[in-house]
Design a protein around this ligand. Structure first.
Ligand SMILES: [Zn+2]
Length: 267
């Protein structure tokens, strides 16, 4: 990508991250509160998953959302691998606890303490937050899942990387219990949530084989140049846990599948 274009995308992301407006962005509790204030002032554009503010209209809601309709590497996608690249294991160094949980009106999001590092090609990316979509946004080989979690990481210069975990119905997940015991959540009112790095590990699959591709945020401003890592293996959650998450989110918060446009999807 041309450097100028890349920088402008980072700038757009940075604007929205600083506004606390992108659901995929490394949003903090304080920023979430700021967002609500801005909405009341009418500065930030309202977007959602249904009707006039739904995904098919995101690109028209605000000039800054133009990538939602013009982008060529949008997410989510149906993940079908195109190349066996013998990918090396993910270099995850999650050592810190969670900080808070918030329903930002688009997703239930767990904000993390600083210091959980994912190293990609020698560059450290810090885990900012993870959040849930019901049903899943990405599909794997045509298959949708009842829930998907996105672990959102940012590098020092604002590059983004997302790790996606699919859920299937089965045994209850102990980490989800810790999150859901804070339900019901009021919009943009974060509650303290302190679980360990071990609990963080329990929401990730043991077998960490993954698919890798380039993509975008799945929410406005749909900025591209996001590195995606989708675990091949799901983790389980009970039917009740998936239903509780869906009830809290109170809508289907999955953007429709986007065209891959010949993207390389490595496995
Ligand atoms: Zn997401």
């Amino acid at each position: 990508m041309e450097k100028a274009l890349k920088l402008s995308l980072i700038a757009v992301s940075a604007i929205f991250i600083s506004m606390g407006y992108a659901e995929e962005s490394p949003q903090t509790h304080e920023k979430a509160e700021k967002k609500e204030v801005q909405q009341h002032k009418g500065h930030a554009k309202h977007w959602g998953y249904n009707g006039e503010v739904g995904p098919e209209n995101w690109g028209k809601l605000d000039a800054k959302f133009h990538m939602c309709s013009e982008g060529k590497q949008q997410c989510p996608i149906d993940v079908v691998p195109t190349k066996d690249a013998n990918l090396s294991p993910l270099d995850l160094n999650y050592t810190k606890e969670s900080k808070s949980v918030v329903d930002n009106g688009h997703a239930v999001q767990v904000n993390m303490q600083e210091g959980n590092i994912f190293v990609i090609d020698g560059e450290p990316y810090e885990l900012k937050q993870f959040h849930f979509h019901t049903p899943s946004e990405n599909h794997i080989k045509g298959k949708s899942f009842p829930m998907e979690a996105h672990f959102v990481h940012a590098s020092k210069d604002g590059n983004l990387a997302v790790i996606a975990v699919m859920f299937v119905e089965g045994d209850a997940n102990p980490t989800l219990d810790k999150i859901e015991k804070e339900f019901p959540l009021e919009h943009n009112k974060a509650k303290d949530l302190n679980f360990s790095k071990e609990s963080l590990g329990e929401i990730l699959p043991k077998d960490k084989d993954y698919y890798k591709f380039m993509g975008s945020l799945t929410t406005p401003p749909c900025s591209e140049d996001v590195k995606w890592f989708v675990f091949k293996n799901p983790v389980t959650a009970s039917k009740e846990q998936i239903e509780a998450m869906h009830k809290q989110i109170n809508k289907e918060n999955n953007r429709p599948i986007q065209p891959t446009n010949g993207r390389e999807i490595l496995e």
